[in-house]
Design a protein around this ligand. Structure first.
Ligand code: NAD
Length: 466
């Protein structure tokens, strides 16, 4: 092909693109995650919102389709780099999480308009975007949350300013820049997603306070959710959890053990939905513990070793030792000075009902197990252990009445029956994926329809054809 031919081809592609999309005349010199100042990032993102808003709904879906295709080759890189930067979790599970975020987050099909027809005509309920959303993302699922939030928020017609966790800023910046590049190449619109180059707690606060941020979506611990709540703005808060798993006497114990180990060891227990305390009915407790051992868990039974383990993972003040968050069982055992062989999948420790490990969100592959006299006692303890986070709970049972009773009483946003906890976010379970489970504010497993304003449009005396 001659230089002339190539030039002609490029010109025709660009001409075609400008007919397909309303592009933004970007005043910004900065793009994606390269902004120095919060004000400039928000201004550029607002400009992108206006450009996106003048395009058809179909354009949003085309962007999402393109993101699914163009980010796919980077899934392994995202997982490896997030693991290397944060030092938490493991690459194979991060690959599963990123894949689910990319391919199982719903797009525009999630938005169903509603119409009410009657003698007076028709009333339409439509879903409209907020504008620029301020999204705060955690270190535990950094790239998964950015992918998931981008697809959901964009499907709803918004643009997004991200405030990534400083501990995952390099991979978050790389990903936001890649998303910027993909969207610009397809549409000619810059800055549909933005961030500042160096996110800090201060820039997060500036974003929270910014007048042009219409909605705050916070995925993180209780501190940052509460900070955002004080802004007086609409907040979708996806906060901490402490998911209990109940095993009653009717459960398939072998299968329950395998599922609990798979869920509690997933990404070394980093997901907020992962099993963090196990409560088992006494008559099947010994069987469950020996099944755990058969499925690759290491049972820490010696009281002295239990003390050493606790000293390694919990500080004297009773908080988790952050240095151990998301570390492998082998790393934790080494830190605790406990000899071991091979590579245990999970560390399991039987504890009394008032043991602190049952009540703190450890985010580590160490599972405390407590016995209960019967199902009702197990449920009562599970409610206490969940601490009113109303986040996630799991149960293994063949008794539908017990399952229903627990689901009702625990009142969690996600309740998983007879499967690992991650089935609740669409990994090996029916349904879509989300990495922002809004518990304190009640939206539950968020998707595009969580990030819209509902508007009512009334037409009098027409369009009723009954
Ligand atoms: P984190 O609370 O330390 O950080 C979350 C975000 O808040 C980060 O972007 C961080 O920079 C920011 N932040 C924290 N404190 C701040 C402050 N004082 N000022 C400004 N910004 C601040 O959370 P993490 O350790 O990254 O993630 C783990 C926590 O998040 C766990 O409690 C987990 O349960 C929760 N989480 C919840 C969900 C959910 O969907 N509900 C999903 C993932 C993680």
């Amino acid at each position: 092909m001659s230089t002339n031919d190539i030039e002609m081809l490029v010109r025709s592609i660009l001409a075609e693109k400008s007919q397909l999309f309303e592009t933004a005349a970007s005043a910004s010199q900065c793009f994606g995650a390269e902004f120095e100042q919060v004000d400039d990032a928000v201004a550029a993102c607002l400009e992108a919102f206006k450009a996106l808003d003048s395009n058809a709904l179909e354009v949003r879906q085309r962007i999402i389709n393109e993101l699914r295709k163009a980010l796919e080759p980077y899934i392994v890189k995202l997982s490896e780099d997030a693991w290397a930067e944060t030092g938490m979790g493991n690459v194979p599970n991060k690959i599963q999480k990123n894949t689910a975020a990319l391919h199982k987050t719903p797009g525009t099909e999630d938005l169903h308009s509603q119409a009410l027809c009657g003698d007076h005509g028709i009333t339409l309920f439509e879903y409209s975007p907020y504008g620029v959303i301020g999204a705060i993302t955690p270190s535990t699922n950094p790239t998964e949350t950015i992918i998931n939030n981008t697809i959901s928020m964009l499907a709803a017609g918004n643009t997004v300013m991200f405030s990534p966790h400083p501990g995952a800023q390099n991979i978050s910046r790389w990903l936001i820049n890649k998303i910027e590049e993909i969207i610009f190449n397809l549409t000619g619109i810059h800055n549909v997603v933005v961030a500042v180059k160096e996110p800090t707690f201060q820039t997060t606060q500036q974003m929270i306070d910014h007048r042009d941020i219409r909605l705050l979506v916070v995925t993180g611990g209780p501190g940052i959710v509460n900070t955002a709540m004080k802004s007086g703005k609409k907040v979708i808060g996806a906060g901490e959890g402490n998911p209990p798993v109940i095993v009653d006497e009717t459960a398939d114990i072998e299968e329950a053990a395998e599922h609990i180990i798979s869920g509690a060891s997933f990404d070394h227990n980093l997901p907020c939905i992962a099993e963090k305390a196990c409560i088992v009915v006494d008559t099947v407790a010994d069987e469950l513990l020996s099944s755990f051992a058969r499925h690759g868990a290491l049972l820490i039974t010696c009281p002295q070793q239990q003390q050493h383990l606790m000293a390694a993972i919990v500080t004297p003040a009773g908080t988790i030792n952050k240095a151990m968050v998301g570390k492998s069982p082998a790393t934790i055992l080494t830190a605790a000075g406990i000899p071991f062989q091979g590579e245990p999948r999970l560390l399991v420790m039987e504890v009394p009902n008032d043991h602190p490990l049952l009540y703190i969100e450890q985010l580590m592959p160490v599972l405390p197990v407590a016995r209960a006299a019967d199902f009702n006692a197990a449920l009562e303890l599970a409610i206490k252990v969940e601490r009113g986070c109303l986040h996630t709970a799991t149960m293994h049972s063949r008794d539908v009445y017990n399952l229903s009773k627990a689901a009702r009483a625990l009142r969690t946003s996600i309740f998983v029956k007879n499967a690992p906890s991650y089935a609740g976010i669409g990994v090996g379970g029916e349904g879509y994926t989300t990495f922002t489970i809004a518990t304190p504010t009640g939206e539950g497993t968020t998707s595009a329809r969580s990030f819209v304003r509902t508007r009512r449009c009334v037409l009098n005396s027409a369009f009723n054809i009954k």
